[in-house]
Design a protein around this ligand. Structure first.
Ligand SMILES: NC(=O)c1ccc[n+]([C@@H]2O[C@H](COP(=O)([O-])OP(=O)(O)OC[C@H]3O[C@@H](n4cnc5c(N)ncnc54)[C@H](O)[C@@H]3O)[C@@H](O)[C@H]2O)c1
Length: 432
């Protein structure tokens, strides 16, 4: 099939490369000229394991093309995916839909024959109706169909998640369009992905309700961890014990920092706004948001306690700053709260992240990037394991702390409390 992905970010680029890998011809469009020229020069603008290989292979076979020319891409394709960002609005907690609506208006200019327009961006319920309205201002309704097909991939696991999704959700009342999508996804359905079709609004709702549920699970176990710390119970054993109940399941019950990333924080907020618009109090989700915000402060307070309330001139090293491993995405990472706070209070921060230096910290005083773990930990008073990258899972702390003995705050529980104690480290973790 001939496909066009508008927005070559985490979703559009991964989806585009993987659709091309299934034998389709795919145009990836982005308004960011720099991004497109990088892609046309064989460079991948984001860090996503395995993406480079899939992009390269399909680019060379000419099934995958990169362009800034939206009109060319739309007129050359039968199926158009909208994959642009839907960040939190600068004015309130709602989703900023201006990228989506702008793209819808641009698509409309290039429709000469029938097109299926699919919104893959995460958008509040009724956005599909609005996209349809925008396009129908210019184009006869017989010439297009707007469908919702939310994306569930996880950054860091995106290629695998695209190829082996749990489910493919398609929202539309148009049987022909649903069947077209079913045949596009046929190779994945054959491998076991469940195909579920529902109304357009239903699909939009499924995406938000899923993300809010996962965010709830994370906040829930994090709060249970707070209690475990006080009553000397190991939260990890509690997680296992809870998760063994098949009605609950063990996933997303790992304690750690506040949930972050480009999805859960913005989607939980946007869902509560939709609730308010329709006079429905989504009190559970509202308290999850509150709990998550509190967690960032709670962890910073914990750092203060570990350092006996003396932060000034203390050298604090962060291992990992992204919101999770295997991605370079910094959006809503807990480090964005912790590092500025600590630097403002006089700490000297060094950080190492496998994905390199971060612009987010470049204007902060006393915050510097180190290109090795050794350099970052050198002369530290406290080392904070912030992100659970593989390379932090078997560190030789004896060697790292040879010059100066430092404290360790492991907010991902990568190490055993017993082992660390036995080895004589001053080790702190979460809920244990
Ligand atoms: N990142 C994830 O893990 C993930 C997972 C599931 C769903 N989603 C959703 O998918 C959507 C996209 O997320 P993302 O993380 O890929 O965003 P992103 O910010 O990485 O990429 C969006 C891209 O769209 C481009 N863009 C914006 N306006 C454009 C226009 N008019 N024409 C062409 N390109 C334009 C931007 O330049 C950018 O490259 C969001 O709604 C998000 O909530 C994201």
């Amino acid at each position: 099939m001939k496909i066009c992905m508008i927005g070559a970010g985490y979703v559009g680029l991964v989806g585009g490369a993987c659709f091309a890998d299934l034998g389709n011809t795919v145009y990836c469009v982005d308004k960011n000229k720099n991004k497109i020229s990088m892609l046309n020069n064989g460079e991948i603008p984001i860090y996503e394991p395995g993406l480079n290989e899939v992009v390269k292979k399909n680019y060379l076979s000419k099934r995958l093309k990169f362009t800034t020319d939206l009109s060319l891409a739309v007129s050359s394709s039968d199926i158009i995916f909208i994959c642009v960002g839907t960040p939190t609005s600068k004015k309130n907690r709602s989703a900023d839909l201006h990228f989506v609506f702008k793209v819808a208006a641009e698509i409309a200019k290039s429709i000469k024959k029938f097109k299926i327009i699919i919104c893959k961006s995460t958008v509040p319920v009724t956005t599909g109706d609005k996209i349809e309205k925008i396009i129908s201002k210019r184009v006869n309704k017989k010439l297009f169909e707007v469908i919702s097909n939310p994306e569930f991939l996880r950054e860091g696991e995106a290629i695998r998640d695209f190829r082996f999704p749990d489910r493919i959700v398609v929202g539309s009342n148009n049987k022909k369009a649903i069947n077209k999508l079913k045949s596009l996804y046929e190779p994945l359905i054959k491998k076991g992905a469940k195909f579920f079709s529902t109304s357009r609004r239903g699909a939009e709702m499924i995406k938000y309700a899923s993300n809010a549920f996962l965010a709830t699970k994370i906040s829930y176990i994090n709060e249970i961890a707070n209690l475990c710390e006080k009553i000397n119970v190991n939260v990890e054993e509690v997680s296992i014990g809870i998760g063994l109940d098949q009605r609950i399941g063990g996933r997303f019950l790992r304690v750690g920092p506040a949930y972050g990333g480009s999805c859960f924080p913005k989607d939980t907020k946007a869902l509560t706004v939709t609730g308010e618009m329709y006079n429905t109090d989504l009190s559970i989700i509202k308290s999850v948001i509150k709990s998550n915000e509190k967690r960032k402060i709670l962890l910073t307070t914990r750092v203060k306690r570990i350092l006996s309330n003396k932060i000034k001139n203390k050298k604090i090293s962060f291992l990992g700053v992204t919101f999770k491993p295997n991605t370079d995405d910094m959006r809503q990472s807990t480090s964005l709260t912790m590092i500025p706070f600590l630097s403002k209070n006089g700490a000297k921060i060094t950080y190492y992240d496998p994905t390199g230096k971060k612009n987010e910290f470049s204007s902060l005083k006393n915050v510097s990037f180190c290109n090795t773990i050794d350099n970052a930990c050198n002369n530290a008073d406290l080392v904070i394991i912030h992100t659970e990258w593989e390379e932090f899972k078997a560190l030789d702390f004896k060697k790292l702390s040879k010059k100066k003995k430092f404290k360790i705050f492991d907010i991902r529980n990568l190490y055993s409390v017993k082992d660390m104690k036995k080895k004589g480290f001053n080790y702190y973790s979460i809920g244990r």
